[in-house]
Design a protein around this ligand. Structure first.
Ligand SMILES: Nc1ncnc2c1ncn2[C@@H]1O[C@H](COP(=O)(O)OP(=O)(O)O)[C@@H](O)[C@H]1O
Ligand SMILES: [Mg+2]
Length: 246
């Protein structure tokens, strides 16, 4: 699924946070968004599935999913199509199994076999199944932080999203768990459109097909990781990359 914004702006009250964002995201690619803290990265992600409204923000301009304006998509359907994963994993206070079957049951699946199939399928996709298959009835909160983050991603896949937004999903994780998440994203990208905010430039280099540099609510430069990290055109991009290297 492609995502396209047309003159997208956003504000919280009279504070303007995003300014005329025009960008296309390709499907089956990973796009990394980088930029200084407070430049509007999280706000931008929130505009894409209309969660911004819940944080007291308001967006102007248009967003299209496969050329359909998101305002023409029922909001619950939109939020299923565009899954969102945050820095701190929010597992439901139930078992691993119940986390995985919660949405399918909510959407009417009653067949126990089918529910188990769904749980196993997406736990496998998220690279978590082998670690938890011995006890799916364990409380999800007992998993390690890295496992919880993979569970959140697995759970997000159960509603058949087409776009996955991740807001600094590894910033609370150690190197090994970060590597697990990166592997999982590379494994699943052929089926989804992935947009990830990261302050870890090495991570963007390792996994992104495209990189967007944002500053002060605007997109300053976009390109491949090689272009952005090795030969940025804009002096602001250059400065940020130099600063982050030191
Ligand atoms: N709910 C909110 N209400 C008011 N201002 C906010 C809110 N969330 C973020 N902001 C402000 O919007 C700007 C962009 O924030 P954010 O999108 O979180 O940036 P980033 O994710 O790049 O760090 C910042 O100045 C921040 O203080
Ligand atoms: Mg943020």
């Amino acid at each position: 699924m492609t995502v396209k914004t047309d003159n997208l702006s956003a504000n919280y009250g009279n504070k303007k946070v995003l300014k005329n964002i025009n960008i296309d995201f390709e499907k089956n690619k990973i796009t990394a968004i980088i930029g200084p803290s407070g430049c509007g990265k999280s706000t931008f992600l929130k505009t894409l599935n209309r969660t911004l409204e819940e944080y007291g923000g308001k967006a102007d301009g248009d967003i299209y999913l496969n050329n359909v304006n998101i305002m023409d998509i029922p909001i619950q359907e939109l939020r299923n199509k565009i899954g969102m994963v945050f820095q701190t994993p929010v597992v439901f206070p139930f078992s691993i199994y119940k986390n995985m079957t919660y949405a399918p049951i909510y959407y009417g699946e009653k067949n126990k076999e089918k529910l188990r199939e769904i749980a196993v399928k997406y736990l496998k996709k998220a690279g978590l199944y082998e670690e938890v298959k011995g006890d799916l009835s364990m409380q999800a909160s007992k998993l390690s932080g890295g496992q919880q983050q993979r569970l959140v991603i697995a759970r997000c896949l159960t509603v058949n999203p087409e776009v996955i937004l991740l807001d600094e999903p590894c910033s609370a994780l150690d190197i090994k768990n970060t590597a697990n998440i990166e592997k999982l994203l590379l494994d699943i990208k052929k089926e989804y459109t992935i947009i990830i905010v990261t302050h870890n430039l090495a991570q963007a280099k390792r996994i992104a097909d495209y990189v967007i540099y944002m500053e002060d609510g605007a997109i300053i430069e976009t390109g491949t990781p090689d272009e952005i990290f090795n030969s940025p055109v804009d002096s602001r991009t250059k400065e940020y990359i130099m600063y982050m290297k030191n």
